[in-house]
Design a protein around this ligand. Structure first.
Ligand SMILES: Nc1ncnc2c1ncn2[C@@H]1O[C@H](COP(=O)(O)OP(=O)(O)OP(=O)(O)O)[C@@H](O)[C@H]1O
Length: 89
């Protein structure tokens, strides 16, 4: 996570919290989903990563990389800046 600066919280889901982060060198904004390490990091999370990585569609956020901290596994993905889906339906 050293290469990213945390900007703000984007929201929380059933797996953990997602934060808006900026790559310190490229200044690229990404959404990073933090999942607490422990029993929840199992084959299901691995499967989610593998599935997400294989998706390539203009309407699906791109998965970027997996980061590890001492307490969390963090999934960096493209930042979707359009606001809450809930407000659009
Ligand atoms: N790539 C992203 N770009 C911008 N905001 C995001 C992105 N991913 C997640 N968020 C924000 O963070 C919140 C939490 O995301 P997360 O994926 O953890 O849970 P969720 O999809 O809302 O719910 P669940 O975990 O139950 O599927 C989202 O509701 C959204 O507001």
């Amino acid at each position: 996570m050293e290469k990213y600066e945390i900007i703000k919280d984007l929201g929380a889901g059933s797996f953990g919290v997602t934060k808006l982060c900026k790559h310190k060198q490229t200044k690229e904004l990404v959404a990073v989903k933090f999942i607490q390490r422990g029993p929840t990091i199992d084959a299901n999370v691995e499967r989610e990563i593998l599935n997400h990585r294989s998706l390539r569609h203009p309407n699906v956020v791109r998965f970027k990389e997996v980061l590890l901290t001492t307490t969390h596994l963090a999934l960096a993905m493209e930042y979707a800046s359009g606001g809450e889906l809930f407000q659009r339906v």
